[in-house]
Design a protein around this ligand. Structure first.
Ligand SMILES: NC(=O)c1ccc[n+]([C@@H]2O[C@H](COP(=O)([O-])OP(=O)(O)OC[C@H]3O[C@@H](n4cnc5c(N)ncnc54)[C@H](O)[C@@H]3O)[C@@H](O)[C@H]2O)c1
Length: 248
C-alpha cells in the first residue's frame, strides 16, 4: 500500500470528490479524518469505511470559520499524533451572472472556497514541518484555470486564488520539504453540479474531447499520486484532470 502510516485531513469529505479522496487514501493505508459541515453524512460515511477495517474518523467543521479550522486540526493531531497530508477540498458552487452577483454571495464563496484554504494550511504547517513526506493538495477547478463556462465569477475567482496561493505556498514551504500542489478537476459527476440543467451539463460535456464527465475515482487517483512518495519532487503543479476540456 502506498500510504501506509500516513496521517491525513480531507475537508469536504462527507460526499463527492472529498469522500472519494478520503476513501482512496484510507484504502492505500492512510489514517484519515473526514472533515465536513454535514455531521450526519460524515459520521455515516466514516462508519461504512470503518466496517471495511479502515482507520478513519469523522470531524465536524465549518471551514468558513477560522476557529473551527484550528479545532479540526488539533482534533486530528490529538487522534493521529501528527499530520502528513492536508487536502483542502471543501467548496461551494455559485453560478450567478455578473449582474446578479450580490456582495453576500461573493463574500460567502470567497470565504468558503479560498480563505479556508489559507487558514487550513496555516493551522497545519507546524505539524507538517515535522513530517518526512508532507503534502498539501488544494482542490481548485478548471474554472480557476480559464474563468469557467457555467460558473459564476465568485467561484472562478476563488479557484483562481487557490492557484496563486498554491504557487506562493509551494515556494515558501519548499525549505521545509512540504510540497503544495493543486488539483484542477473539470466537470465531475458529483452533487455540486446538480444545480445545473441537463442542457448546461450536455453543453459542458460537448467541450470534453475525451467525451465523458470526470468521475470521482479520476480525482481520487490524482490526489493519491500527488500525496504519494513518488511525487516528492513535484511542487507548485496545477494538475488538470479534465478530459482535455482545457489544455494550459
Ligand atoms: N464536481 C465538479 O464538477 C467540480 C469541478 C471542479 C472543482 N470541483 C471542486 O471539488 C471540490 C469538491 O466538490 P464536489 O463536486 O465533491 O462537491 P459536493 O457538493 O459533492 O461536496 C462538497 C462537500 O463539501 C462540504 N462543504 C461545503 N461547505 C463546507 C464548509 N463550509 N465546511 C465544511 N465542509 C463544507 C459539503 O458538505 C460536501 O460534503 C470543491 O472544492 C469543488 O469546487 C468540483
Amino acid at each position: 500500500m502506498t500510504h501506509s502510516g500516513k496521517r491525513a485531513i480531507v475537508t469536504g469529505a462527507a460526499g463527492g470528490i472529498g469522500l472519494g479522496i478520503a476513501s482512496r487514501l484510507a484504502r492505500e493505508g492512510a489514517s484519515v479524518a473526514l472533515c465536513d459541515l454535514n455531521e450526519r453524512k460524515a459520521a455515516e460515511e466514516a462508519g461504512q469505511l470503518q466496517k471495511e477495517g479502515l482507520d478513519v474518523f469523522a470531524l465536524v467543521v465549518d471551514v468558513s470559520k477560522i476557529d473551527e479550522i484550528r479545532k479540526m486540526t488539533e482534533q486530528a493531531i490529538e487522534r493521529f499524533g501528527g499530520l502528513d497530508i492536508l487536502v483542502n477540498n471543501a467548496g461551494i458552487l455559485d453560478s450567478s451572472s455578473i449582474l446578479d452577483m450580490t456582495e453576500e454571495t461573493w463574500d460567502r464563496v470567497l470565504t468558503v472556497n479560498l480563505k479556508s484554504v489559507f487558514f487550513a494550511c496555516q493551522a497545519a504547517i507546524p505539524y507538517l514541518k515535522k513530517s518526512d513526506s508532507a503534502r498539501i493538495v488544494n482542490v481548485s477547478s478548471l474554472a480557476g484555470r480559464m474563468g469557467g463556462y457555467e460558473t459564476g465569477l465568485s467561484y472562478s475567482a476563488s479557484k483562481g486564488g487557490i492557484l496563486s496561493l498554491t504557487m506562493g505556498m509551494a515556494r515558501q514551504l519548499a525549505p521545509f520539504r512540504i510540497t503544495v500542489n493543486a488539483l484542477c478537476p473539470g466537470t465531475t459527476e458529483s452533487d455540486i453540479i446538480r444545480q445545473w440543467s441537463t442542457g448546461q451539463i450536455e453543453s459542458l460535456k460537448a467541450k470534453i474531447p475525451l467525451g465523458r464527465l470526470g468521475s470521482i475515482a479520476d480525482m481520487a487517483a490524482a490526489v493519491a499520486f500527488l500525496t504519494g512518495d513518488e511525487a516528492g519532487f513535484i511542487t507548485g503543479l496545477f494538475l488538470d484532470v479534465n478530459g482535455g476540456m482545457y489544455m494550459g
